[in-house]
Ligand binder design. Structure first.
Ligand code: MG
Length: 503
């Protein structure tokens, strides 16, 4: 490990002494979160909830410790003397303090309780396919989100305040601008793919059963190919919903699921989570245990997972290169060619469920949610009118209409925890394509590396441009610094057209 410190300023050093314990609490919370999803017996949930809430309160208290607040203000006074890492520490803490200070403790407590109950009610509502069970909770969550937006403050749009909570500096206008370009561009590609049958809408392998142990070996093999330090600095486990959790730069764990059929779901969950994990694993170790030792935002994180899952993982070159490994473990693949496999990996079909959506249609699912969230927040749609609006928008955007709530507005857990979480997914998709563009400008076609399964050069590039910095720079700042350009959806459309229309 490199010992040389990046932090020289005495005030910042004082700050880091104080935030170390906050980092330790985060470390413990992450481990508890991982355990909850992977290991815990079902009835442990209640006590774990109480313990997690107590730790959250303690963390809040430490963040607002008057001495820490004073030190951060002091560091701000000499901000021009600080290096970029030190400035990053001040920026991140200032933001956390601002958010914590803006929200009255009573509101936070009520909201925490509300969302905890809402989550359970959402589960029940989804199982029973009864919107009525979740509806009153959603109404309350919207009400609270309005209050939260007011307390946090915003310049242009109340939704800005909620967006900023998830994605530092992101504004409603940014997202609107992105979708103004994306919506017609995506629809053009989609129409052509469907009308000319350029890609299949379904594939018989989607029904094919697989052996769980064999699939586990496939996943491990793929992770080795991608240079994931399995068993050394990472683990692969099973959970209901795949996720990545970073306990620290040297302990970044991922999960996947095994449904027993349609093996691409398990495989691409693994590759997706690998992308998240690589980000955390390649952060400069000198940032260890500091407030900037993690990925900078959900959108930037999603760009890394999407880069590996879609741009690399679903490419023809990758499919061909891993074909023999797959056949080795999954017998039933013998009768399919690498090309068959490629089309199985890339079916394009307007469908009801966001998490099963393909690269072409995925962002339309996000557009729907973004639009409804804005309207809900502004009181432009009542919770009673929501199912109808959901259905008509689905029909307008994708040409399909859900018959149940379960495959309609009850499909995602997100609204039980508040609004504003969806746009990050689209940011991820477009930043991933933008990164590919700049990577190729410097290194030539990435698929020349992919076909050789030679990933080190791509990973070095990502380390240099994005990963190593952790949260040193705000998301928009990092894009400008590394690529000299702000978020731009045109690269994503270029990518779609090249891949799906052969341009
Ligand atoms: Mg993800």
């Amino acid at each position: 490990m490199e010992k040389q410190t990046l932090f020289e300023n005495e005030v910042v050093k004082e700050i880091l002494k104080k935030t170390r314990v906050i980092w330790a609490l985060n470390h413990a919370s992450s481990l508890m979160g991982w355990d909850l999803e992977v290991n815990m017996p079902r009835e442990g949930v209640a006590e774990r909830g109480i313990a997690a809430a107590e730790i959250a309160v303690l963390r809040q208290k430490l963040t607002l410790d008057p001495e820490l607040v004073k030190l951060v203000e002091k560091a701000e006074g000499v901000i021009d003397d600080l290096n970029d890492y030190e400035k990053g520490v001040v920026r991140v803490l200032k933001r956390e303090i601002r958010i914590a200070k803006s929200l009255p403790p009573k509101l936070v407590e009520e909201y925490t309780r509300l969302t905890r109950e809402a989550r359970m009610k959402w589960r029940e509502a989804k199982v029973k396919d009864k919107y009525e069970v979740f509806k009153p909770y959603l109404a309350k969550i919207i009400e609270y989100n309005r209050k939260i937006a007011d307390y946090l403050g915003y310049e242009e749009h109340p939704y800005d305040a909620l967006l900023d909570l998830r994605e530092e500096g992101l504004r409603t206008r940014d997202v609107e601008n992105i979708f103004t370009v994306l919506e017609p561009g995506i629809k053009k590609v989609l129409d052509k793919v469907l009308s000319e049958s350029l890609f299949p809408t379904e594939h018989e392998l989607e029904k094919q059963k697989y052996d769980l142990d064999a699939m586990e070996r496939v996943n491990e093999e793929i992770l080795r190919i991608l240079n994931y330090p399995l068993g050394v600095r990472g683990r692969l486990d099973v959970s209901a919903h795949p996720f990545t959790i970073s306990l620290g730069i040297r302990d970044v764990r991922i999960t996947t699921r095994y449904e027993g059929f349609d093996f691409k779901r398990s495989l691409f969950a693994v590759i997706h989570e690998f992308g998240h994990a690589l980000y955390e694993l390649q952060i400069d170790e000198r940032l260890m245990a500091t407030p900037i030792a993690g990925g900078v935002s959900a959108g930037m994180h999603e760009s890394q997972s999407r880069f590996w899952e879609n741009i690399v993982g679903r490419s023809k070159q990758f499919t061909e290169a891993i074909y023999s490994k797959l056949v080795e473990h999954l017998d039933f693949l013998k009768k399919y060619s690498p090309n068959d496999l490629y089309y199985y990996f890339n079916t394009v079909r307007p469908s009801l469920i966001r998490v099963e959506a393909d690269e072409v249609t995925y962002n339309l699912h996000i557009l729907l949610r973004f639009k409804l969230e804005k309207m809900m927040l502004m009181g432009e749609v009542k919770v009673d009118e929501l199912p109808e609006l959901w259905n008509s928008e689905m029909e307008r955007l994708l040409g399909v209409k859900p018959k149940t709530y379960r495959e309609g507005l009850l499909q995602d857990i997100h609204w039980s925890g508040g609004l504003g979480g969806f746009p990050g997914y689209t940011l991820g998709n477009i930043i991933a394509a933008q990164v590919k563009h700049y990577m190729e400008k410097e290194m030539g076609e990435i698929y020349e590396y992919v076909e050789k399964l030679d990933f080190k050069p791509l990973q070095e590039y990502l380390r240099e441009k994005i990963h190593r910095w952790g949260s040193t720079y705000a998301p928009k700042e990092l894009l400008m610094k590394s690529f000299g350009e702000e978020m731009n959806p045109k690269y994503f459309l270029n990518y779609l057209e090249a891949k799906y229309l052969g341009r």
